[in-house]
Design a binder for this molecule. Structure first.
Ligand SMILES: C[S@@+](CC[C@H](N)C(=O)[O-])C[C@H]1O[C@@H](n2cnc3c(N)ncnc32)[C@H](O)[C@@H]1O
Length: 270
């Protein structure tokens, strides 16, 4: 039973949430995927630390500021945040958890992406390439004894290797997802992804974290005006960079592009 103080706090939070909401796009509808929030044990190892921090209103990615309604797990290396389960992270990874089949994921972090790939019931197997053995060891400690993770890990193989040098088995992957960067909108994203993909034997599609910015930047360089941007810009950026970025047939790329513009604005004005 909640106390009066708890109810008042909940109401205040809800009011704040409504006031700050900004856009409220139907993300789960467009991407046909939920945002599942994993649970962790707070742990630290070497330079890395995973701990919970209080929930303050933070910008989403496609949407404006919001709160999660619970404490937030944050992964830091030497004090610098590498991954957190904040609205921005949850929303920005969502489009990439909707692929089906055998997944290849670069960058383990908190395993947020693999958790969501699994619980959206789309993956058959998930291979993760992570450079830092300490991240892998910390991750195993962080999920130890948590039942919801046991199901996920039945599907997962983690390989400790550098994305740019790893020699993976000569098998086929249905989708490749790359998130090895500390900051969003990394300028080297496209060239990094090209280098990574060149080493692969066979795969269907690739995507990477905050790639929406690369589509919009590609359009700017191609003298395509913002109001001329549409779904075909998405595929054209991939073709131009020799990267098979296609999502799936029938997907509403036009809406995705419209929201991607908002995503860029949200990060600039947050
Ligand atoms: C932002 S975190 C990934 C977060 C992850 N998407 C998640 O769901 O929690 C980036 C991860 O990539 C790893 N990483 C950085 N450079 C790498 C490289 N060259 N090869 C493999 N992993 C790398 C880092 O150690 C870190 O664990």
């Amino acid at each position: 039973m909640s106390t009066v103080a708890e109810i008042a706090e909940d109401d205040a939070r809800m009011l704040l949430k409504i006031m700050l909401m900004g856009n409220d796009f139907d993300l789960t509808g467009l991407f046909n995927a939920q945002m599942y929030i994993p649970q962790y044990n707070p742990v630290s190892l070497g330079d890395w630390e995973l701990k919970y921090q209080s929930d303050l209103p933070k910008s989403g990615y496609f949407n404006g500021p919001r709160i999660m309604g619970r404490e937030i797990p944050v992964l830091r290396k030497d004090g610098t945040i590498w991954m957190s389960v904040l609205p921005m992270e949850c929303e920005s990874h969502l489009p990439h958890t909707c692929r089906s089949g055998d997944m290849l994921v670069y960058g383990l972090g908190l395993g947020y992406v693999i958790y969501n790939m699994y619980y959206n019931h789309r993956s058959h197997s998930i291979t993760v390439v992570e450079r830092d053995q300490e991240v892998i060891d910390l991750f195993y400690k962080a999920i130890e004894g948590i039942e919801a993770w046991e199901w996920v890990m039945d599907e997962v193989e983690i390989i400790c290797a550098d994305a740019f040098y790893v020699d993976l088995p000569k098998v086929h992957y249905d989708h490749v997802y790359v998130d090895i960067w500390e900051h969003m909108f990394p300028k080297r994203a496209v060239s990094d992804v090209q280098k990574i993909c060149k080493r692969l034997h066979s795969f269907d599609t690739v995507s990477w974290w905050t790639m929406e910015a690369d589509v919009i930047e590609w359009a700017r360089r191609s003298s395509i005006k913002p109001d001329e941007l549409n779904g075909s810009s998405w595929l054209a950026m991939g073709d131009d960079n020799n990267l098979p970025v296609q999502f799936w047939d029938g997907f509403d790329y036009d809406t995705y592009i419209e929201w991607s513009m908002e995503a860029l604005l949200n990060q600039v004005i947050k």
